[in-house]
Design a protein around this ligand. Structure first.
Ligand code: SF4
Ligand code: SF4
Length: 478
């Protein structure tokens, strides 16, 4: 599998093969093969083992069930619907294009061009709008929404664990973060049912901004959800797989006489940071001399004074935000200043505790990269994990080091690049508590009611599904 994906997803897919007598599950569901004269050789194809080499089944990203049964890498399947070509063709079709930019991608472009993250945001807004994009939003905003829901879920789980009822059949802690699709894919495909109850049900910032745009913001913009084509810019290819999950599709009734329903996807396409750089080069734009545009404030963490704001923590700040919240809500403690994370085995495995009267009452961890992740899940399986919350990310060093980020320049080592990214990530960005974010407050007031409400659960939370590894076993189950 490609180096572009997170190491966890790559290692998790080592068993990604089809046995000689087996065929793709999707082909059994009636997909047609391409005919030789219409087949495009430059498009991803899935070669099925019991077919002729010349007779591939063409399977789109949405069709693939990620059943682990494919002889090719899942990468080739998932890229077809999520490319620059697809993005540009949707602009040509006259769709209302909305782009949501991640703060990690912003940092990567800032280091590459030698400008600040705020300048990147303003210049990218100019660039995308020159192509016909309607609005450019900020996933720091939806990340705050994700964090508020995560804090609320943690509090519920913590209270349940204190009641000590049903803990064996319905375990509540440790709560494992859910924003990284590389980790989620590994958990579903390789770990399955024992680990999934521990995983937070809150959607990632990519999917919460998708749900917010397609269920709520598009109406404020005078658009129907089917008129909007929503593209995110993300630091990894794993996000493409996440966007294509069936859990993130909903149906709306059409206004025609037949009242047929339309399938709407929260995120229609994901471009990596590197692909956006390719687009800038393709259009021969000199980003540094491009004018700055005002930011679209509807879903962007920008203050009245023009400063960007958000939480520290280049992988989302989940452990930090939840710890501060739990300290305040459960123990009445306001934690001032930065948290004292201690490195354990390596810099990608750190823990932080809250002590009250000399006793550790909360124990949280950051766990990045496949090896650390494996240690944690082993402990959870054996019932020996004493953390209350673990922020899990598949990539070593977290999201700034995602496989879709811009590669180091000549003479620049990966370590130097990472240091530059970590420095620039919060440059001139105000630290703000997600609960104080006025955009998040108004989303609850206008739409979601309150954290953990029925509406919030419907739009901001999801479910996970253990994946049956063997195609044969899956077919037998049918
Ligand atoms: S992973 Fe499974 S469903 Fe997807 S293309 Fe491969 S065999 Fe088909
Ligand atoms: S750690 Fe971040 S960049 Fe890496 S796969 Fe997970 S979400 Fe993507």
């Amino acid at each position: 599998m490609s180096e572009k994906f997170s190491p966890t997803l790559r290692i998790g897919d080592l068993s990604d093969f089809i046995a000689p007598s087996q065929a793709c599950v999707v082909s059994l569901k009636g997909l047609k093969t391409t005919t030789p004269n219409t087949r495009k050789r430059d498009k991803p194809e899935v070669a099925i083992a019991n077919r002729e080499q010349d007779d591939p089944v063409k399977i789109s990203l949405k069709d693939c069930l990620a059943c682990s049964g494919c002889i090719t890498s899942a990468e080739t399947v998932m890229l077809e619907k999520q490319s620059l070509d697809e993005f540009l063709s949707n602009i040509d079709k006259g769709k209302a294009i909305i782009v949501s930019l991640s703060p990690q991608s912003r940092a990567s472009l800032a280091v590459y061009f030698g400008i600040s993250p705020l300048q990147v945001f303003k210049k990218l807004t100019t660039f995308f709008k020159s192509l016909g994009v309607k609005a450019v939003f900020d996933t720091s905003c939806s990340r705050d929404l994700t964090l508020v829901e995560t804090c609320n879920e943690f509090l519920c789980r913590y209270k349940q664990s204190q009641l000590n009822i049903d803990e064996k059949s319905n375990p509540s802690l440790p709560m494992l973060s859910s924003a990284c699709p590389g980790w989620i894919c590994y958990a579903e495909k390789q770990l399955g049912s024992y680990i999934l109850p521990y995983v937070s049900s809150v959607k990632s910032p990519q999917q919460t901004i998708g749900a917010t745009i397609k269920h709520h913001i598009c109406q404020k913009m005078g658009l129907r959800p089917d008129e909007v084509y929503h593209v995110t810019v993300m630091p990894c290819y794993d996000k493409k797989l996440e966007a294509a999950r069936g859990d993130f599709v909903f149906e709306v009734e059409q206004e025609d006489a037949n009242k047929n329903s339309l399938r709407i996807t929260e995120v229609d396409s994901v471009l990596t940071t590197g692909e956006v750089l390719d687009l800038i080069k393709l259009k021969a734009v000199d980003i540094e001399t491009l004018d700055d545009s005002p930011l679209d404030k509807m879903l962007t963490n920008v203050s009245e004074e023009g400063y960007l704001y958000g939480v520290p923590g280049s992988s989302g700040g989940y452990a930090e935000t939840v710890l501060r919240y739990a300290a305040r809500m459960v123990f009445g403690r306001e934690i001032e200043g930065p948290l004292a994370f201690r490195s354990l085995r390596n810099k990608d495995f750190c823990e932080v505790t809250l002590e009250v009267d000399g006793k550790v009452v909360l124990k949280f961890a950051l766990c990045y990269g496949f090896q650390n992740l494996q240690n944690i899940v082993r402990k959870v399986k054996m019932g020996r994990c004493d953390y209350h919350f673990v922020e899990i990310m598949a990539c070593p060093s977290g999201c700034l080091n995602g496989g879709g980020q811009i590669k180091p320049k000549l003479q620049q080592s990966p370590r130097e690049l990472l240091q530059s990214l970590e420095t620039i990530y919060m440059e001139n960005i105000l630290v703000k508590d997600p609960f104080e974010n006025p955009l998040v407050k108004s989303l609850y007031d206008e739409w979601l009611d309150q954290p953990g409400s029925e509406k919030a659960k419907r739009h901001m939370h999801t479910e996970y599904h253990p994946v049956v590894k063997s195609v044969t076993a899956q077919l037998h189950n049918w």
